[in-house]
Design a protein around this ligand. Structure first.
Ligand code: ZN
Length: 269
């Protein structure tokens, strides 16, 4: 068993470092998701080349077939999207668990179990919209596909060549990347909060966790659920103090930057 830190101050230090380093991980994951899903641009370019004549123009009569072929491309966005998001969730959970393990004395086999629980929770959880992870990826894929379809439709009807169409597709994708970033960021940070709480459930030195409001709430967005929760005294233990099993603090709202820390048990103080 790893050495257990015995002061709250040392535990707070661990979380300070974790919060500081997490920003870089999250940015890297967003760039990864945008890059992976962005491979569809090459697939679309190949498809357009196949449909175009030697003059680089796609005949209007082929419009229907081009749009049908987009179905395959949408399926490819979905698959890449789900794979990418799942790997981001795993990475966030493993990263968080590894950061906390030494401080709270959770052994390696327990860590594996924690990461598995986080993954199952993340993939199957229903949000307030009633959707699970794959539904959210499908929704996003459909929106990207619709934007690309309408761009291709108007280009083909106008008789534009594929050399003019490809930069337009690139632009459509660039305009949609914020959705990929938001999804990657939200899944990643939720996995991190869930991993923090699941690890607390396994630790002997932590019975309670504390939710800290996100950046927007601290700047005055008091209607954000993370602010409301951080002011709530659910168990009479103090504001923002929850049980590690309270999953409603894992995702107060989309794009939330709130984070969870530990309260050291009194018997360890
Ligand atoms: Zn928030």
């Amino acid at each position: 068993m790893a050495e257990i830190l015995t002061t709250q101050a040392e535990l707070d230090e661990v979380f300070k470092r974790l919060e500081r380093d997490y920003g870089a991980l999250s940015k890297k994951q967003q760039a990864y998701a945008v890059r992976e899903i962005g491979r569809i641009r090459a697939e679309i370019a190949d498809m357009l080349a196949e449909f175009s004549g030697t003059d680089g123009v796609i005949k209007r009569q082929r419009l229907g077939r081009v749009l049908r072929d987009l179905d395959t491309i949408e399926a490819s966005i979905r698959k890449t999207g789900v794979d990418t998001l799942e790997s981001i969730i795993k990475e966030s959970s493993e990263w968080t668990t590894a950061q906390l393990a030494g401080a709270i004395g959770v052994g390696s086999s327990v860590q594996l179990g924690v990461n598995r629980h986080v993954f199952d929770y993340m993939v199957k959880r229903f949000e307030s919209d009633g959707l699970v992870l794959s539904d959210r990826v499908w929704g996003m894929s459909g929106e990207i596909r619709d934007k690309i379809a309408s761009t291709l439709r108007s280009s083909i009807i106008k008789g534009e060549g594929i050399s003019a169409m490809i930069p337009k597709i690139r632009k459509v994708y660039a305009n949609e990347t914020w959705k990929i970033n938001r999804l990657a960021r939200t899944e990643s940070v939720t996995a991190k909060r869930a991993a923090t709480s699941f690890n607390a459930q396994e630790s002997d030195i932590v019975d309670w966790v504390r939710l800290h409001e996100g950046v927007a709430a601290s700047r005055g967005a008091y209607h954000h659920q993370c602010h409301v929760l951080s002011e709530e005294n659910r168990y009479g233990e103090g504001k923002g103090i929850f049980k590690p099993t309270d999953s409603d603090i894992w995702l107060p709202h989309p794009n939330c930057t709130s984070y969870i820390t530990y309260i050291l048990n009194e018997r360890w103080l």
